[in-house]
Design a protein around this ligand. Structure first.
Ligand SMILES: [Zn+2]
Length: 285
């Protein structure tokens, strides 16, 4: 592990040399794109700050009296730590997932290049072609270890919540249970669809076009299972309120589905324009 290193992508470096900057706005833009490298870990701090703000909005939806999903009484500022918890459980699960891939690969003699840790996607990167060229047993172990590590984290969170949950605030209890369930459902990554861990595990995949269609069944199953189970455990909680709101009318559900897809696309395209695009690269898992 070396010290923390901060830099910008090559494109940013070309476009914005420090002494050429004319305005503060440009400086902010430049700072905004910083990447941090700490040991193998590589991330853009910006995306995680945005993620925490999104988590806070989720928490605010449950505590603001004027919200349709208002189920818990809490000051808006007190909801901020819960927003941090929401994001930490989501992003932490992804980090543990990639750590699982990384440790498995290194234990089988592969040389790890870096672990990208984005808000929307994370990946353990290996030198070009080395994972695809590794023996099938090593490739399968690397593939399965991500979801397995995430499953262990999810189970630990559920066990923690089962034991200590009643002593926590109800909102925290619900969020930890939901986070545990979402991470347990990380196992859906092993479905054999194009560009997923399942493709590495099974050596074949459902190659549907466009590729994102292949990710739909697992994602829908994951959220129905995780959110449905959390809603059943907390019938007066945030998850139940949200699901009831969504299922109120089919047209409402369609609007939400369309809006979510649009927002996801906008975030993907505009908020995180420097995300790595080579999802299908042979050496990522
Ligand atoms: Zn994975």
């Amino acid at each position: 592990m070396t010290g923390v290193r901060v830099w910008m992508s090559g494109v940013d470096r070309q476009q914005s040399v420090f002494w050429r900057l004319r305005s503060r706005v440009l400086f902010v833009r430049r700072w905004w794109n910083w990447r941090v490298r700490w040991g193998y870990l590589e991330f853009v701090p910006r995306v995680h700050i945005v993620g925490i703000v999104v988590g806070w909005f989720v928490a605010l939806g449950a505590v603001l009296p004027q919200s349709e999903l208002h189920v818990y009484d809490m000051e808006p500022l007190a909801a901020l730590p819960i927003g941090v918890l929401v994001y930490a459980l989501y992003a932490g699960g992804r980090l543990v997932h990639e750590a699982g891939h990384a440790v498995a690969g290194v234990s089988r003699g592969l040389s790890l290049e870096r672990v990208e840790f984005g808000a929307l996607r994370a990946a353990a990167d290996w030198p070009d072609g080395s994972l695809a060229a590794a023996p099938a047993s090593a490739r399968r172990l690397v593939a399965v270890s991500g979801s397995a590590a995430q499953f262990v984290l999810g189970t630990a969170l559920l066990a923690l919540a089962a034991n200590l949950g009643p002593t926590w605030s109800p909102f925290v209890w619900e969020i930890v249970v939901l986070g545990g369930l979402v991470n347990v459902c990380g196992l859906f990554n092993l479905l054999p669809v194009w560009r997923s861990d399942g493709e590495y595990l099974f050596g074949w995949a459902w190659r549907v076009r466009p590729a994102w269609v292949g990710a739909l069944p697992g994602t829908i199953a994951m959220y129905l299972l995780a959110f449905g189970t959390a809603a059943a455990q907390f019938p007066h909680g945030w998850t139940a309120a949200m699901m009831a709101q969504l299922l109120k009318s089919p047209s409402g559900l369609a609007v939400v589905a369309f809006a979510s897809a649009l927002v996801a696309w906008i975030i993907d395209r505009w908020v995180f324009p420097h995300r790595e695009t080579a999802v299908g690269n042979e050496s990522r898992a």
